[in-house]
Design a binder for this molecule. Sequence first.
Ligand code: E4P
Length: 212
Amino acid sequence: MELFLDTAELDEIVKYRDFIDGVTTNPSIMSKYKLSDHGSLIKEICKVVSGHVSVEVISQKYDDMVKEGRRISKICDNVCVKLPCTSDGLRACKTLSIKGIPTNLTLCFSSIQALLAAKCGATYVSPFLGRLDDNGHDGMLLVEEIVEIFDAQGYETKVLSASVRNLQHVIQSARVGASAITISPQIFGQCLQHHLTTLGLERFSEDFQKSK
Ligand code: E4P
């Protein structure tokens, strides 16, 4: 399973570099930085991780998306162009995929959108678990359904669990066979800790000190 960090914070990416394959960003994440710095920041991130770094287009029309996607893909070899699951986004995915440019179809809220993304040659499709849960749906059911459809149809598009809100989302995504997951630094920190491990270690250390 590929692990991505959902951030553009270089310090956090460096902190978790030994555990992650790549990075995902989105316009909200990038809005924390000056527009003129985006290109250089992405280049820096691409140097830290060897896997894909997803960078989303801002354009919403097919022609503009293709132009912007081509420009983004030239920033670094490991950049993956993130496109929304709209009609224009899916068409742009098809065009960029034919040119061999990796794509991540984002804002996926239904298995039909995922199926279309796979048919358009997407490298990844990102179902947004947390946002579905927030709206009274079961995000994990969608991930499960997409994995089942891709397996049944033999699609190579990878299911990337996104909008992850808790550790259960991480565990369940792995259980149902998602190929990838993107996790915020805050949740990644939780993944690396268990209070019983901390407690156990303290006790081992205390016991050992007593025996000296
Ligand atoms: C995925 O690639 C997105 O950047 C992200 O997971 C969105 O998560 P949010 O719903 O917490 O904004």
